[in-house]
Write a protein that binds this ligand. Structure first.
Ligand code: ADP
Ligand code: MG
Length: 535
């Protein structure tokens, strides 16, 4: 434009104008082609980042032994990834050009240079004020909203119960309120951010016109050529654009920073595992001084609990509802890290084992069964095919486990047999069937240690007989079996008994001794009472 004024307008050279047009068209074409290539590269970089990290991040999230934000890590990762391949990154990339524009402005005239610097500093100031003003609101808004999304998903999943118990209106009202809080926080920070954006825009446009005026003044004073007037205005715009872009990209940038810190937390919070090539365990398990604190101010869920057993033994864990039986099971299986105490398998501390390897030697049946979406066979095989295990061996082990659990006939009677598809939690099966399939999963691969949490809770007489037979067979092949149960039928054959009350050991020792003590001491819960309490 400077050339248009200086060469064309003053001399009336039309040919020069044509040439200038061609040159400008070529330059602009190159610019947009480069822009296009850049955004393609950024998108590809984003995809590559996903390939490199997503597996590892999900893996870490599943290793977490303390809840935290594990369920949201992939969303966090996507936020970071999008920032890396979207407007925030582009805004940052354009930043290094600012000094060059400033330099060119100085070459035109020092006053123009100073004007550009002042303009840029003011714009940066606005950006920083924006960040200050919205930082906390952004954090709170993101937290509240993502909580509200999670809640809503779970609410819809329970629609059946909600409808049948007349909780629809109440829960909708409660949820809407919470959602409104989240949205309120978001919009207040959007308002603030929008305000700063428009101030920034105003400032840039004003400066551009001011630069025009300044240029005109300098031209009148014969300090610069008349073409340089336009150049000054364009330079001002160009120099400030990346900064304005940065102001606009502030929200995704702060989101990404928040998300990134969550991911970093995930990596520092996850237990470090030194993969230790230990031989297959015989099944001796010893736990000492296990303590697990509940929420602040509450008494511990487990207080100095110990238990131990070896191959062939059946350890019964009993006690009233809320005594901590399930929690003890989860700690023993390594799913939850205790606050203190130690667990040894065959003499080696739990954390010395590679978790995935050790898990192959442990059969765990959680209280809620927790079947995952997939076929019955996949569930029993712990999804081993997706890991790349040999299909024939997997099939053989699935049938063996189902037979050991006494569930083979039951499965073959399902419409699709082993290929019967179940949903989250085991939807599509009755509770008894879920529990029996989950027992087969626990028995998959003949694990050396079996931890069964209320394995008979949903079983009929036939199922309970199958369970007792399965426990007997597992012990006969040398497995260590721990069973938590308040219904003591399955504990009849126990070699040792642990009675928990309120997270503390009330009795521990050989089954006969504990039974006698329970009968003699009057004030303490008798086994019969323990049996009567439901939980
Ligand atoms: N994730 C958790 N966070 C906080 N408290 C928990 C959690 N899980 C269980 N508890 C508490 O721990 C206690 C023991 O629960 P649990 O082990 O399920 O008992 P049991 O299996 O013997 O019925 C209960 O009082 C319960 O409130
Ligand atoms: Mg329980």
């Amino acid at each position: 434009m400077m050339q248009v004024y200086d060469r064309v307008v003053t001399t009336g050279g039309i040919l020069t104008l044509v040439w200038l047009t061609i040159v400008v068209a070529f330059a602009l074409g190159t610019l947009s082609a480069l822009d296009g290539i850049r955004s393609r590269i950024m998108i590809r970089a984003g995809l590559r980042l996903d390939r490199l990290l997503s597996r590892d991040i999900l893996d870490h999230a599943l290793r977490m032994t303390r809840g935290g934000r594990a369920p949201q890590v992939m969303r966090d990762f996507d936020t970071v990834r999008q920032a890396f391949s979207g407007p925030p990154a582009i805004a940052l990339m354009d930043m290094p050009w600012v000094p060059i524009y400033v330099l060119v402005a100085f070459l035109l005239h020092w006053i123009l240079g100073v004007a550009v610097i002042v303009g840029a500093l003011v714009l940066l100031g606005i950006t920083i004020l924006n960040e200050r003003a919205t930082r906390d609101a952004t954090k709170a808004a993101t937290r509240t909203l993502s909580q509200s999304y999670g809640e809503q998903e779970r609410l819809v999943a329970q629609a059946e119960l909600v409808r049948s118990q007349g909780m629809r209106e109440a829960l909708v009202a409660r949820h809407v309120e919470r959602r409104a809080t989240g949205l309120g926080l978001t919009s207040s920070h959007q308002f603030a951010s929008g305000q700063y954006s428009s101030i920034a825009k105003f400032w840039r446009m004003f400066l551009q016109s001011a630069a025009l005026g300044l240029g005109a003044y300098l031209a009148v004073e014969r300090e610069i050529s008349s073409g340089a007037i336009i150049a000054a205005s364009v330079l001002m715009g160009r120099a400030l654009q990346p900064i304005e872009l940065l102001v606009g990209a502030w929200k995704p940038m702060t989101d990404a920073r928040e998300a990134l810190s969550n991911l970093v937390e995930l990596y520092t919070g996850a237990p470090r595992t030194k993969a230790f090539p230990l031989p297959a365990p015989a099944g001796r398990i010893e736990a000492r001084g296990l303590t697990l604190w509940g929420p602040k101010g509450a008494p511990p869920i487990l207080a100095n609990v110990g238990v131990e057993g070896g191959p062939g033994e059946l350890i019964g864990i009993t006690g009233p509802s809320g005594a901590g039986k399930s929690t003890l099971m989860r700690v023993l299986v390594g799913a939850v890290a205790p606050d203190s105490g130690e667990i040894r398998v065959d003499g080696s501390e739990l954390r010395d084992w590679d978790p995935e390897t050790l898990a192959g030697h442990i059969g765990y049946l959680p209280q809620d069964c927790a079947l995952l979406p997939g076929t019955v066979a996949e569930n029993i095989a712990r999804f081993a095919l997706a890991r790349g295990d040999d299909p024939e061996a997997v099939n053989r082990k699935v049938i063996a486990a189902a037979t050991a659990a006494g569930v083979h006939t039951l499965v073959t009677q399902l419409p699709e047999g082993y290929n019967h598809v179940v949903g989250w939690g085991g939807e599509g099966l009755s509770y008894g069937q879920r529990q029996r399939v989950a027992l087969a999963r626990a028995l998959y691969g003949d694990p050396a240690i079996l931890l069964l949490d209320e394995p008979n809770a949903a079983l009929d007489a036939e199922g309970e007989a199958a369970l007792i037979a399965a426990i007997g067979k597992a012990r006969a092949r040398g497995a260590t079996v721990l069973v938590a149960a308040h219904r003591v039928a399955v504990l009849a054959a126990a070699t040792k008994l642990l009675v928990l009350v309120g997270g503390r050991v009330q009795h521990w020792g050989p089954a006969e001794e504990v039974r006698q003590r329970l009968q003699i001491r009057a004030p303490e819960p008798r086994l019969a009472e323990v049996k009567a309490s439901n939980g």
